[in-house]
Design a protein around this ligand. Structure first.
Ligand code: PEP
Ligand code: MN
Length: 368
């Protein structure tokens, strides 16, 4: 991949703090709501205010945003905060109106990044301007689409580009609204070292309870900032009510977070070893995720066996599993003894889970 001309955030000429904290409501609802939130965030550590004006909703009939009228409210919020304001754009008309109103930073939503036609339309409208644009990851875990949108912006002459990691929609049950898949933003940072990559724990979690935990994880992974949806009355928000926090909670989260030194700030640690360790962290994380998915699949099989009165332990199947895994693993240079031990532990745990599931189900039937 050719090197893209992407400016570091310090060179955007906007005096943005590092890490970059962005906060504000999911949607602008009324002028009072926007200005109320801006006032409540006046003394916070945020660098940028956010509010969605045009809301891409999965189903028609949900609140689709207040439209252009909200741009003026954002500009009033800017005066209150004396800080830049940002909103989402999804087509050429949005870009024109946002630029005309004086919005400082734009972002592409996850539903836009998936569509190269829309991304290109936005880029065409941006040609000749100098506004910073943040690109949310696409809905599905596809790094190429994310990279593609960044490349289209760079080709349109935008050099103040950032990325927002908001998690991915995946077809397996997880505790997240959108699974983080940390290796994706980390990969992006590696590909484009000058790119600012922040996380959006609100859309990752889908609930306010997990936001602090996921924000800390993001910082641990070396993410450069956070976008957190903030509302003075989250429960009555017109969109994404469950995942918004109050300005007070936002301040608490931000002050509890432990900041991690970036490698650039501590050149003495900028060694090959650190990079290797980071890699190991990601791989371990993937092992844990995979094991957790495997055990979920095992429980499903357990339920099926129980419904059909089949024994938990099926010897032929196990012999076949162990032999094929050993062949695969030894082919990749792992020792037979090592992989056998791991497989035995996994198998033991699988049987334990299926048995306990079986007795749970039996007890339920007895209760019923
Ligand atoms: C949003 O930021 O409110 C939004 C719609 O997010 P996403 O594009 O990540 O779904
Ligand atoms: Mn939202």
């Amino acid at each position: 991949m050719e090197n893209l001309d992407i400016k570091k955030i310090e060179d955007w000429g906007m005096n943005l703090q590092n890490p970059l904290w962005i906060a504000g409501p999911c949607s602008a609802e009324t002028e009072e709501q926007v200005l109320g939130i801006a006032t409540a965030l006046k003394d916070s550590d945020i660098s940028v205010f956010r509010a969605g004006i045009w809301k891409p909703r999965t189903r028609p009939g949900s609140f689709e945003g207040v439209g252009s009228e909200g741009l003026e409210w954002l500009m009033k919020a800017k005066k209150i905060l004396n800080k830049p304001v940002s909103t989402e754009v999804a087509n050429g008309k949005h870009v024109e109106e946002a630029l005309k109103a004086g919005i400082d930073i734009l972002w592409l939503g996850a539903r836009t990044t998936v569509n190269p036609f829309s991304v290109q339309e936005v880029c065409d409208a941006l040609k000749g301007t100098d506004i910073p644009v943040l690109v949310k990851n696409p809905i599905n875990p596809d790094l190429q689409l994310w990279i593609g949108a960044i490349e289209r912006l760079a080709q349109a002459g935008i050099d103040k580009i950032g990325a927002i990691h908001r998690g991915f929609s995946v077809n397996v049950p997880t505790r997240f609204r959108n699974k983080p898949e940390w290796s994706y933003p980390i990969h992006l940072k590696r590909l484009f070292p000058s790119l600012t990559v922040i996380s959006d724990p609100s859309h990752i979690c889908g609930n306010r309870e997990m936001i602090e935990e996921i924000s800390q994880r993001a910082l641990n992974f070396g993410i450069d900032g956070l976008m957190i949806e903030t509302h003075t009355n989250p429960d009555s928000a017109w969109s994404d009510a469950k995942q918004q926090v109050t300005p007070d909670v936002l301040n608490k989260i931000l002050s509890n977070l432990e900041l991690r030194q970036s490698i650039e700030d501590a050149p003495e640690f900028k060694s090959e070893l650190d990079q290797l360790r980071e890699n190991v962290d990601i791989l371990d994380h993937q092992i844990i995720e995979t094991l957790s998915e495997r055990f979920k699949a095992i429980v499903k099989i357990g339920d099926y066996k129980s419904d059909h009165n089949l024994a938990v332990f099926q010897k032929d199947r196990w012999d076949e599993v162990i032999q094929s895994r050993i062949n695969e693993a030894t082919g990749k240079g792992l020792s037979e003894k090592f992989i056998k031990n791991i497989l035995m532990d996994i198998h033991e745990e699988s049987i334990r889970l299926q048995e306990s599931r079986l007795s749970d189900l039996k007890n339920k039937k007895v209760d019923a």
